[in-house]
Design a protein around this ligand. Structure first.
Ligand code: 3PY
Ligand code: MG
Length: 263
């Protein structure tokens, strides 16, 4: 297998992602054809379960987009199952310490590099033993920094062997900093993201941002982040509906949608 998003991060090329929260294979295919570099199916907060994932991943197979999965928790069983059904990387929420990051990284890799159990159902259907040979180098392990502990330990987390990227969860990070979620211009939030960037730079780890708004995604990329998600299926639908309403009815109706933008 070849992970093009990981290759972009290694080459320090900026890249963008799309977030999938709704379990519809046609929508997944549409997102897969968007031109973004990667797509993340969200098993933590998305309205989908593992059974849906088994249909969603094949819907983007063969499209020029890297399929990632955000697992619901940092558990080797969940990481293994996401990889076995065809994810080319996992985004692991709420990583607090280097030990937790190490656990995630080893769950992504076969021995001798890690502890992943052998049973790559979907990829081996497509690639046979070639998958086993390439997987350890091509699977991406992405640790989310979104807690106070994660922030305090960010340098050691970024330095863990096998962690390819850190990914900021801006809403949980706001909670951790005692801020109102969405207060992304607050100096405390800006200092925290600067510290995450510094840790990534000094540990040759890629830095990513969940683009809760397109503005946050653009700003983060301009400030030095390597990759950012630019929106979700739900946010794209909502934005499109708002724009249509605004065009036809004026601002009043559309304004009611403003508070919801993001997911
Ligand atoms: C966060 O903002 O905390 C996230 O995890 C994005 O879903
Ligand atoms: Mg979060």
């Amino acid at each position: 297998m070849k992970n093009t998003a990981l290759a972009q991060w290694r080459a320090k090329q900026k890249s963008t992602g799309i977030w999938s929260n709704l379990p519809d294979i046609h929508l997944a295919e549409l997102l897969g054809r968007s031109g973004a570099d990667w797509i993340c199916f969200d098993l933590q907060h998305g309205l989908m379960d593992y059974s849906a994932l088994t249909h969603l991943l094949p819907a983007v197979c063969g499209l020029p987009i890297t399929p990632l999965v955000r697992v619901a928790a940092n558990q080797p069983e969940q990481i293994g199952k996401a990889l076995d059904v065809g994810a080319h990387g996992v985004i692991v929420p709420m990583v607090n310490t280097a030990e937790e990051a190490h656990q995630a990284a080893t769950a992504c890799r076969y021995p001798p590099d890690g502890l992943r159990s052998c049973g790559p159902m979907r990829d081996s259907m497509l690639e046979g033993f070639d998958y086993l040979e390439s997987a350890n180098n091509e699977i991406a392990c992405i640790a989310m920094i979104e807690t106070t502990d994660g922030l305090a330990n960010v340098d050691s987390i970024a330095g863990v062997d096998g962690v390819d990227a850190l990914f900021v969860g801006p809403m949980d990070l706001c909670y951790g900093l005692g801020l109102t979620p969405g207060d992304f211009d607050n100096p405390k939030f800006r200092d925290a993201t600067a510290a995450i960037l510094t840790a990534c730079e000094s540990n040759q780890c890629a830095a990513g941002m969940f683009g809760y708004t397109p503005a946050l995604a653009a700003k983060s990329l301009a400030e030095g982040f390597d990759f950012a998600s630019i929106g979700t299926d739900i946010s794209f639908a909502r934005t499109g509906m708002s724009q249509a309403l605004r065009t036809v009815q004026g601002d009043t109706q559309a304004d009611t949608n403003k508070k919801n933008v993001g997911y």
